[in-house]
Design a protein around this ligand. Structure first.
Ligand SMILES: *[C@@H]1O[C@H](CO)[C@@H](O)[C@H](O)[C@H]1NC(C)=O
Ligand SMILES: *[C@@H]1O[C@H](CO)[C@@H](O)[C@H](O)[C@H]1NC(C)=O
Ligand SMILES: *[C@@H]1O[C@H](CO)[C@@H](O)[C@H](O)[C@H]1NC(C)=O
Ligand SMILES: [Zn+2]
Ligand SMILES: [Zn+2]
Length: 274
């Protein structure tokens, strides 16, 4: 059991020690708190609740659908009416992140949603994993896996990576993508969604090429190594931990922060590959 885990860990370390991410580090732009973010539409939604109409509601519906809080087909997501389905979705989001569960776009909910995060849904259906069909958040007492607990089979655990997709010998395919790039979720420009990855044994790891990536803890910037390590967690089979931000598998990351593996992350990988 231990050697298998060490093999996986060494895959992670391979990525981190020679730090291939540093190849892609941009020269730091001057910090600018006023930069437009994909989540700016939320600022007009303060106080929005069921029965109201506001510009930006349709974007909110799309956002919450992408993250698995509402079903894409439930609802006409092109209108700006705050309906029952959206209220339910907001309540589910608030439950996930231990906010006050009132179904209202209050200041705390907007503050949380405005933050930069991973685009992998927080909740998957147990039937149709890529359709993002919602299941009610049920708190397990531990790390979580994708439905069906997909993992890399014993014969495929020598994980090699490439920044140039196409080579069949590389199981992890890392690339920078911008906007709609032909998979489940288009990227959204600066801010908002930073990256996403696919459960085993897919191997695709996409970074949003519109972010100003940096290598390290730089004020107001997002550390590529932290996000890369998080996405590798998905590649290996871990789902989000929405309740404790200390974990690398928390969907949110603070600008200027570098995180590493926490005990829950390590326990999750050990349990999956024991
Ligand atoms: C999930 O699968 C079960 C049984 O296989 C089925 O009854 C249920 O309708 C499915 N749910 C969805 C959302 O597809
Ligand atoms: C999240 O991680 C904490 C430890 O940091 C753990 O106590 C908790 O059970 C985890 N929750 C989920 C849902 O994974
Ligand atoms: C994993 O693959 C690499 C590159 O093909 C090879 O050098 C290495 O010996 C392999 N390791 C194991 C444990 O199979
Ligand atoms: Zn994630
Ligand atoms: Zn993608």
């Amino acid at each position: 059991m231990e050697p298998k885990f060490l093999q996986l860990l060494s895959c992670i370390l391979l990525l981190l020690l020679p730090n291939p991410f540093s190849l892609f580090t941009h020269a730091a732009d001057p910090p600018d708190a006023q930069k437009p973010s994909a989540m700016d539409f939320l600022q007009t939604l303060i106080g929005a609740r069921k029965g109201t109409t506001s510009k930006g509601i349709s974007q909110l519906k799309k956002y919450l659908s992408h993250l698995g809080y509402m079903n894409r087909d439930d609802d006409d997501q092109t209108n700006d009416f705050f309906d029952d389905n959206l209220e339910l979705a907001v309540k589910r989001y608030q439950t996930s992140f231990k906010l006050e569960v009132n179904g209202i776009m209050d200041a705390n909910t907007i503050a949380k949603m405005s933050r930069a995060r991973c685009g992998v849904p927080d909740h998957y259906s147990h039937n149709r994993s890529h359709e993002l069909y919602l299941h009610i958040p049920a708190f397990s007492s531990h790390y979580t896996f994708f439905p069906g607990e997909p993992k890399w089979p014993a014969t495929k655990r020598n994980l090699t990576y490439s920044f140039k997709p196409g080579s069949r010998t590389h199981r992890i395919k890392i690339s920078f993508e911008v906007g709609d790039h032909g998979d489940v979720q288009p990227f959204d420009g600066p801010g908002g969604i930073l990256a996403h990855a696919f459960p085993p044994t897919d191997g695709r790891l996409h970074f949003d090429g519109d972010e100003a990536w940096v290598d390290g803890a730089v004020a107001c910037k997002i550390d590529m190594q932290t996000v890369g390590l998080h996405e590798l967690g998905h590649i290996l089979g871990l789902e989000h931990n929405t309740t404790h931000e200390i974990n690398i598998m928390s969907p949110y990351i603070n600008p200027g922060q570098r995180k590493s593996l926490a005990q829950d992350d390590i326990d999750g990988i050990r349990a999956l590959y024991r």
